[in-house]
Design a protein around this ligand. Sequence first.
Ligand code: SF4
Length: 95
Amino acid sequence: MSSAPRYYGVRLGWWADDANCIGEDPKIFNNNKRTAQASQTAQSICNACPVALSCLRHAVANGEPDIWAGTTEAQRKNRKYVQFLTEEFARAKKR
Ligand code: SF4
């Protein structure tokens, strides 16, 4: 199975094989290179992703920069927001 360019050099779990961002331009998710349009594109890709819950957990646990699970690094530092999103993703049956 192929890996998304943004994951180069990063060991992820099983869930990455089902990531909706596989094959997408990594700049879309890079905080420093994103335009407003890229932000919207990243958001829509993540909104439709079946493994957003695992992605969010990975990003929080590993202190990832950039956009993961449709969230910014600053948003992931907000524990209440992460808890809210975790419950939302679980309700939406995301893995
Ligand atoms: S939630 Fe977004 S960043 Fe995470 S795996 Fe899915 S598409 Fe990629």
